[in-house]
Each structure stands twice: as structure tokens, then as C-alpha cells.
Design a protein around this ligand. Structure first.
Ligand code: OGA
Ligand code: MN
Length: 217
């Protein structure tokens, strides 16, 4: 069963973010959007995915020891991408009004994990660096079975000293969405035994100033 009413869904997300800093919802993405993205994820030609790096801009390194997936940035170049970006923009507006998060921009990419691919435990943002505030991950795989591996492990809130404890084990099933405060929750992707498609995205606050121009990615 998919939740079709955006404002109920957005309120659930806002309330859980306020309470826990994190929200995991099965069938959270509207079915139409999830399916359009699913079709696109597997249609992107293999050369359309690029080896993922770690870090940003010039500091970016391709480090297969840390992550071995391949990514493709979402730019609104297809109907599915447009619907996804539109829906994220509505979520951004809702969260800004409800939680005063000051979210300024959103960037996201498809990720393809081939058999054996993984992403070691990491944070998406570091304290004190004004950049990624809120992480959104969603999954594009139908009928994912436990034996395929590839789960997302989310560890507890570092501010509560729970960063070594797994608090959620998320199967990468179509429509599941995971949203959390980027600085607080370390997470990792266990090796998948089958092609695994996901989207990872980040809402950012505006880190640009006279001294530091701070474009996305
Ligand atoms: C990431 C990430 C999780 C996933 O790209 O930073 O943590 O399940 N992805 O794909
Ligand atoms: Mn991550």
C-alpha cells in the first residue's frame, strides 16, 4: 500500500525528524514516481554510471576500498527525474516551514551496486562544515530477498553516543525511503549479491560567502 497523500506523508517525516532525527518508511515514495525511477535506473547504459568518489570537488578520490558503487547524477533530464525533483522540492518547502531547517538546495544521484559492491560505514557530512544537512535514500528494487544482502545499516545518533549500535537494517525494496540528519547518523551498505539500485540525495544549506563559493556536488 502506497501513501498517496503528500501532506500526511510529509508530516510523518517532519514529526519523526523532530523526534529522532531519522525516518524510515516502507512505500514512502509515491508509486508512480518510484516506478518511473526504477525503469530509468536499469535503463541507464552501463557507461552512464561513473565510478563513485569520496569527498567533493578537487578533494574527490575514487577509493574502491571505501565504496565500489557507480553513480549517475540526477539533473531533471527525464520525466521520472523531474517528478522526483518536484516531489523533493515540495518536501524541502514543507520541512523548511515546519522545522525551520533553511534547506537551500538538493542534489541526488542514482547508484548502481553490482554484485560484491559495498559502501563502508561513513557519515555524509562532518560537524562544523556547512554542507549536507539532510540525507534522503530511496530504493528501486522489486522483490528484494534477504539472501541478496545489500542492506543499509543505520547506526545510532552520535550525539547520544550510539554511533556503534545498528538501529535500522533496511532492505533496498522499491519505494522504501530513509531520511536522516546527515551529521548524526553513520551508515553503511553491506555487499549486495545482485544488481542493486538506489538514489541518494542531500539537502544542503547555502555555504557560499564572499570568500568561499560553494556549488553542489
Ligand atoms: C551514500 C549512501 C546508501 C545506499 O551514497 O552516501 O550512503 O543505501 N548510500 O545506497
Ligand atoms: Mn551515505
Amino acid at each position: 500500500m502506497f501513501l498517496e497523500n503528500n501532506s500526511d506523508l510529509f508530516e510523518t517525516i517532519a514529526a519523526e525528524l523532530l523526534d529522532q532525527g531519522l525516518c524510515v518508511l516502507k512505500n514512502g515514495v509515491p508509486e508512480k514516481i518510484a516506478k518511473a525511477l526504477q525503469v530509468q535506473a536499469s535503463a541507464i547504459q552501463l557507461e552512464g554510471y561513473k565510478q563513485a568518489g569520496v569527498g567533493r570537488g578537487q578533494e574527490q578520490i575514487a577509493d574502491r576500498q571505501i565504496r565500489s558503487d557507480e553513480i549517475h547524477w540526477i539533473d531533471g533530464g527525464s520525466k521520472g527525474e523531474c517528478e522526483w525533483l518536484e516531489w523533493m522540492s515540495e518536501l524541502q518547502q514543507y520541512l523548511n516551514r515546519r522545522l525551520f531547517l533553511g534547506l537551500f538546495s538538493f542534489e541526488s544521484h542514482f547508484a548502481h551496486y553490482s554484485s560484491g559492491d559495498f559502501y563502508e560505514k561513513h557519515y555524509d557530512a562532518f560537524k562544523g562544515q556547512v554542507n549536507r544537512v539532510l540525507t534522503v535514500v530511496t530504493y528501486l528494487n522489486s522483490n528484494w530477498k534477504a539472501e541478496y544482502g545489500g542492506e543499509l545499516l543505520v547506526y545510532g545518533d552520535v550525539n547520544k553516543g550510539q554511533e556503534k549500535k545498528v538501529i535500522h537494517t533496511v532492505s533496498p525494496e522499491l519505494g522504501t525511503i530513509v531520511i536522516f540528519l546527515s551529521e548524526l547518523f553513520p551508515h553503511e551498505v553491506l555487499p549486495a549479491k545482485k544488481d542493486r539500485y538506489s538514489i541518494a540525495g542531500w539537502f544542503r544549506v547555502n555555504g557560499s560567502s564572499k570568500e568561499n563559493i560553494d556549488p553542489p556536488h
